[in-house]
Design a protein around this ligand. Structure first.
Ligand code: FAD
Length: 494
């Protein structure tokens, strides 16, 4: 989901400020409400003796509501999810993750695993439970042959791209630099390079994870194969990933950027996007979206990346420049890292609501519906994005990994942002009305990472025909549904 024409233009912010590597070791300050226990928000109780034991072996930082930085530490990227965990365990290493999982189990605390904190469903924070915060685990090890990289889960896309571009390499990652590599990859991972190199999860070579029982395991094509299958699209349900090994590809400068069209040509831009994307070669990543207007109507924009011979790219991208005079043509050669960083970070705390689904078809009725609702987008707030899951994504069989959307489909998402509560109602209502109108035009299928907190049926639909295998694996690896703050596969479901 690119910010080239959505978030960047309206200055989004990040909650991921202050990500240092070293975490001072200290026991948490606790206030006692009764002998031996500490009350937490939401009614959960932290047992003082257990907490002291955890603090004694914990290398990272335990943050409780009495700590000065609790308010900063509890915030996630999306301001709409302002929850109050009883405990935030900021892990420094795998041992801390094991200890945190054991502690949450012993104390009956709902665990929220957090890496980049970008969950659009608010699943990486929890009222009264325990955030197992992996955001400080930021090691990046490039393999000796530069063909692979091992990253810890706190690494963001921006950090990943910076490290891998230093050796002229990359792999598919999403398009917003402060998103976490872990949450994105374990759910799928759409990005500019997916047509050529597949999804982020298609490039996963191995993952180390801590299970609900607190066991540390490695999963790959030849170790714990079932888990490895599940981690590529439904990973958050099966464990806390403590490292991810990803395949790298040589990626140099790319021909990329965006073309903005006059607002009056929104419908034409939709047709152009359909015609262009449906015949685009694998080297092309292309999205259509909307730049919300400040006072006037929103501006359609096609953002694109051509990852291949630039001379060929110029010809391939020519149709995007041929639809009459654009408002702006900003396609040029640029380092891949610059394209990835175009998201930028602006001031203020943003909240957002997203509704997304896989389209049945990009036919005239669909384009008309999108155009009609997009034209009514609330100023500085409403937007949508179309993404094409093509090329290498479709050359992986639907049941080869948990991520099921492999038939060359378009993902649609309507989203709106607000910076203060005065904007919220209009923003939400616009997204809901848009989404209602799209109902006949979308399949039940949806990319799990674009789901909000929308209930069991939608979560189930995000796994498509892989759901039953996932359900039996969930019953095997996490029968008590310890990992439940995610697009959940509930082991008690039939
Ligand atoms: C602004 C924005 C832009 C986006 N753009 C894209 C895009 O271009 N392409 C794309 O594919 N997606 C995109 N997304 C969606 C993104 O992939 C998901 O929100 C993703 O889950 C974020 O991962 P995270 O680590 O930042 O999130 P978190 O909020 O930390 O986690 C998300 C989920 O994964 C679980 N989880 C996190 N870390 C781990 C771990 N180490 N082990 C097990 N489970 C874990 C959490 O419990 C939670 O359920 C975007 C989201 C936003 C908000």
């Amino acid at each position: 989901m690119s910010r080239l024409f959505t978030r960047r233009q309206i200055l989004l912010t990040s909650a991921a400020g202050g990500l240092g590597l070293a975490a001072p070791r200290r026991a948490p300050a606790l206030s006692h409400t009764s002998a031996g226990s500490t009350h937490a928000a939401g009614g959960a109780q932290l047992n003082q003796a257990s907490l002291a034991k955890l603090a004694a072996r914990f290398q990272g930082r335990l943050i409780v509501p009495q700590d000065a930085d609790y308010d900063e530490a509890r915030m996630v990227w999306n301001g709409a999810f302002s929850k109050r965990p009883a405990l935030i365990a900021r892990c420094a290493n795998k041992k801390d993750v094991v200890s945190s999982i054991q502690f949450a189990r012993e104390c009956g605390l709902s665990p929220a695993i957090r890496s980049g904190g970008h969950s659009l469903a608010g699943k990486s924070t929890v009222d009264g439970g325990m955030v197992i915060d992996l955001s400080q685990m930021k090691r990046i090890d490039i393999g000796p042959d530069a063909a692979s990289v091992i990253v810890q889960p706190g690494v963001t896309l921006g950090e990943f791209d910076a490290a891998t571009q230093r050796i002229g390499a990359a792999t598919t990652m999403g398009t917003e630099p402060s998103t976490g590599v872990a949450g994105l990859t374990l759910g799928g991972g759409l990005g500019w390079l997916m047509g050529k190199h597949g999804l982020a999860c298609d490039n996963l070579i191995a993952v180390e994870l801590v299970t609900a029982e607190g066991l540390s395991l490695r999963a790959s094509v030849d170790e714990n194969e079932d888990l490895f299958w599940a981690m590529r699209g439904a990973g958050a349900n099966f464990g806390a990933a403590t490292s991810l090994e990803l395949r790298l590809h040589p990626v140099g400068p790319v021909l990329a950027g965006f073309v903005k069209y006059p607002p009056a040509r929104l419908r034409d831009a939709l047709s152009l996007y359909r015609d262009f994307s449906s015949t685009a070669p694998d080297e092309v990543g292309v999205e259509l979206g909307l730049i919300p207007g400040a006072n006037g109507p929103p501006t359609p924009s096609i953002a694109v990346c051509y990852c291949g011979d630039p001379k060929v790219g110029e010809k391939v991208l020519a149709p995007l420049r041929a639809m009459g005079p654009p408002l702006r043509d900003a396609i040029e050669m640029m380092p891949y890292e610059r394209l990835q960083a175009l998201g930028g970070v602006g001031p203020g705390k943003v909240s957002t609501l997203v509704r997304s689904g896989i389209l049945k078809a990009l036919d005239e009725r669909t384009l008309d519906t999108i155009a009609a609702h997009a034209a009514e987008a609330p100023p500085m707030s409403g937007s949508f994005v179309l993404e094409y899951l093509h090329g290498a994504v479709t050359r992986v069989a639907r049941t080869d990994a948990a991520f099921p959307h492999r038939d060359g489909a378009y993902s649609f998402a309507a989203h709106a942002f607000w910076w203060d509560s005065a904007q919220e109602e209009r923003a939400r209502n616009w997204v809901y009305a848009f989404w209602d109108a799209m109902q006949p035009l979308v399949r039940t299928a949806v990319y799990s990472n674009y789901l909000g907190d929308e209930g069991a049926e939608r979560a189930r639909a995000s796994y498509g025909e892989n759901y039953s295998r996932l359900l039996s694996l969930k019953r095997r690896f996490d029968p008590a549904n310890f990992f439940r703050l995610n697009q959940n596969i509930d082991p008690r479901q039939s």
